[in-house]
Structure formats: structure tokens, C-alpha cells
Design a protein around this ligand. Structure first.
Ligand code: HEM
Length: 392
């Protein structure tokens, strides 16, 4: 039976709404906001199994019907990891991983520390500062530009294009297309320049990555660069915002972090479990008729895996709405299986440095709105704050 899921309640109270749905079962047939049939998985066990199930494809070509809702990026930017299955995905991920090394991520630490300090130097002190504006939003964009090797004089353009592309404003489609074209042209141009004169960054390393004789094609390079931007920017912004919010809402844990008895990393992991910035995984398509927890999904059927719901499944996490950084959660915030997030170490590092720097420099840190007045984005696809008013 089809039940409505994508309603206002899912945007305003995702935890409450998904708890109801889990009570009704682990998988639910429904329709997307533009009328497409979709099966939504809400339990931990089924979500984890689905994320690693080779019978579920990420390639849109395997969809039974086509529509535009959340079908990821425009066609010229489709040659990326989250639209591919093995063997194409295996080859591309191996090449990208050669450039995306843990050492490259760790080497970024001092730069991220400097960037966080510079942002807080420039931020006003006192009451009513929007932490999203002064730290959580700009830090990940600066880090991605450093990582990719976007020169300082082009970062303002880069940030403007990205914000336009991510803007949920109605009627922004035209601006989005213009921003997309400008960014596409810019990326093609910078890839050509780095091919001629490599520098020490991820983009140059991806250009140089080779398997036998085969490297990344031009369209793969541009598409993967876009993916890094889309997968890496907004999610990292909201991991920072959600972690700081969690600490401000739990003053005893904030004290424990300040006294060194609670590790920031543990607070970040519990935030990833309890308030993951990416609440719905990338869509999958059934490659054959399959049965999930007694429900038949036909070949070509579209499946969405609710990460935020799986992470609050009481069968896996007792008292899931209790924010408890001492659990050792096997959460699904970064996915699971062959598409496990390549940027997970970087996202954790950015959040850790953002929190560390803010606490060190703001001994009087507190939230200046009541917790029920904290404004979340009304969205099915992102779980993060519009603004976070603080005093420091
Ligand atoms: C808190 C921040 C982040 C979250 C919550 C997050 C979440 C995820 C999730 C859930 C997936 C798997 C999607 C699926 O299987 O349906 C994924 C994949 C991916 N993420 Fe992240 N991500 C974050 C940060 C980043 C960053 C900073 C980067 C890069 C700089 C990045 C790059 C990627 C890439 C390239 C993939 C595709 C991997 C593949 O298909 O093999 N992510 N991410």
C-alpha cells in the first residue's frame, strides 16, 4: 500500500516522523514530491544491507521510469562515482583514491587550523553572531579550494557559483544554469592549466593518477570534481553546525570537552549518528525483482535509504534520542559498502578543528536563542541549520 511520507512533518520533525514509520515497518512504498514511485527503507538492518547490496544500482540507466527529481547532476557531469556501479565504479574509485590519500588529508591539518583561526579573527565578538555565517559555511569551502588547488583570486567566484547551485530558492533554476556553465568552463580551463603545469593538490594528483595506461578522462575529471564539491561542501558545513549545536544543547558535555574528559571526536561521531547532515542516501534502482523485509520491489524500482532513520533505530541504538557520545556507534552517516564516503576523514578533521578552535577562542560560548527556536532547513535531503546565533 502506498502511504504519503514526503510531507511537511518529515521536514519539520524528521526524527518524530521516521520513528512513526519505523513503528509501521522497515520499508515503505510511497511517491516522491513529483509523483515518482519510491520505496523508503527506515530500519538499520535493512538500510545497512541495502547500502552493500550488489542488486541495487546507482546508475540512472537502470531506472524503470525517468524523472528529474533528485536525479543528481546534469548529463555532462554524470561520469562520477555516485552514478556508477562496478566495474566502472571500481576503476574510477581506484584512480580517485590514489589522489585522495589519508596522508594528503592529514597534511591539510595545519592549513585548516590557520583558516579556522583567520575566520574567527575576522568574526565580531559579542552577542548575536551567526556561527553558520562566520565559521561553519566558509571553512569547508576554503578547505575544498585548498584541496583542489583553486587559486585564491578565483575562490570568491567559486563560492558564489556553489552557493547559487545549492540555493533552494524558488525560481533559481536560471541562475543555477548560468552558475553551472561558468563553473564547468572554469573547471575545464583549470584542469587544462594543471595538466600543463601540475601543482601539489588533489586535482593535479587526479590528472596524474594512472592504471596501467589508463587515466581519468576529461569528463570523469570534471564530474568527480563537481561530486567532491557537492558531496563535500554542504555536508561538512552541517556537520560543523550540528556538532556545535549538540554541545550548546548539552552544557555538561561542553564542560567535559573543555576539561578534557570527553573527546571532541566522540561528540562528532554521536552527532553523525543522531543528526547526520545527509539524511537520505543516494537513490538506488533494483536490478531485478527483489524482496526486502517481505515487500517486493520490482526491477527498476527506485529505493531511498533513510540514513537518519537507520541511525535512530531503537533496535540498534537503545534510547536513540539521548545524545550519548560514550556509545561506540556503527552509524551509517557516511554510507556503507563500496560507495562509503571518500571524504569521511576530511569531514571529521574539519569538524574537529572547527570545534577545537571555537572553544579555545570563546570561553563564554553560548547559544542566544531558545533551543526550540533553532532554525533547521526545511528539506528532506539536508539536515542542518539555517543559522546558529551565538555569543562568544
Ligand atoms: C559530514 C560530511 C559528509 C557526509 C555526511 C558524507 C556522506 C556521504 C555518504 C552517505 C556517501 C555515500 C552515499 C551513498 O552510498 O548513497 C558519500 C559518498 C561520497 N562522499 Fe561524502 N560525505 C561527507 C563529506 C565528504 C567530503 C568532505 C568529501 C570530499 C571532499 C566527500 C566525498 C564523497 C565522495 C567522492 C563519495 C562517493 C564515493 C563513491 O561512490 O565511491 N564527502 N558521502
Amino acid at each position: 500500500m502506498t502511504i504519503p511520507i514526503f510531507d511537511d512533518a518529515l521536514m519539520t520533525d524528521p526524527h518524530g516522523r521516521y520513528a512513526q514509520l519505523r513503528g509501521a515497518g522497515p520499508i515503505h512504498e510511497t511517491t516522491t514530491p513529483d509523483g515518482e514511485a519510491v520505496w523508503v527503507i527506515t530500519s538499520y538492518a535493512e538500510a545497512r544491507a541495502a547500502l552493500a547490496d550488489p542488486r541495487l544500482s546507482l546508475n540512472k540507466a537502470n531506472a524503470r521510469t525517468r524523472n528529474s527529481y533528485q536525479s543528481s547532476m546534469p548529463p555532462e557531469l554524470d561520469a562520477h562515482l555516485l552514478n556508477m556501479d562496478p566495474p566502472d565504479h571500481t576503476r574510477l574509485r581506484r584512480l580517485v583514491s590514489k589522489a585522495f590519500t589519508p596522508r594528503r588529508m592529514a597534511d591539510l591539518r595545519p592549513r585548516i587550523e590557520t583558516l579556522a583561526d583567520e575566520l574567527l579573527d575576522a568574526a565580531p565578538a559579542g552577542p548575536n553572531i551567526d556561527l553558520m555565517d562566520v565559521l561553519a559555511n566558509p571553512l569547508p569551502m576554503n578547505v575544498i579550494c585548498e584541496l583542489l588547488g583553486i587559486p585564491a583570486d578565483r575562490r570568491r567566484d567559486f563560492r558564489e557559483w556553489t552557493n547559487t547551485l545549492l540555493s533552494p530558492a524558488p525560481g533559481a533554476a536560471m541562475d543555477s544554469r548560468t552558475a553551472m556553465r561558468s563553473m564547468y568552463r572554469y573547471l575545464v580551463e583549470i584542469i587544462r592549466a594543471k595538466r600543463e603545469e601540475p601543482t601539489d593538490d588533489l586535482l593535479s594528483a587526479m590528472i596524474q593518477a594512472r592504471d596501467e595506461h589508463d587515466g581519468l578522462t576529461e569528463s570523469e575529471l570534471v564530474s568527480v570534481t563537481f561530486l567532491i564539491l557537492f558531496a563535500g561542501y554542504d555536508n561538512a558545513v552541517h556537520l560543523i553546525g550540528n556538532t556545535i549545536t549538540a554541545l550548546l544543547l548539552h552544557p555538561e558535555q561542553l564542560d567535559a570537552v573543555r576539561h578534557g574528559t570527553l573527546a571532541i571526536r566522540d561528540v562528532i561521531e554521536e552527532t553523525l549518528r543522531a543528526d547526520p547532515p545527509f539524511p537520505l542516501g543516494v537513490r538506488r534502482f533494483a536490478l531485478e525483482d527483489l524482496t526486502i523485509a517481505g515487500t517486493v520491489v520490482p526491477a527498476g524500482g527506485r529505493i531511498w535509504i533513510s540514513i537518519i532513520s537507520a541511525n535512530s533505530d531503537e533496535a540498534q541504538f537503545p534510547s536513540p534520542r539521548t545524545f550519548d557520545p560514550t556509545r561506540t556507534p556503527a552509524h551509517l552517516a557516511f554510507g556503507h559498502g563500496i560507495h562509503y564516503c571518500l571524504g569521511a576523514p576530511l569531514a571529521r578533521l574539519e569538524a574537529e578543528i572547527a570545534v577545537e578552535t571555537l572553544l579555545r577562542r570563546s570561553p563564554e560560548l553560548r547559544m542566544t536563542v531558545a533551543c526550540e527556536d533553532v532554525q533547521w532547513w526545511p528539506s528532506f535531503h539536508k539536515h542542518g541549520l539555517r543559522s546558529l546565533p551565538i555569543s562568544r
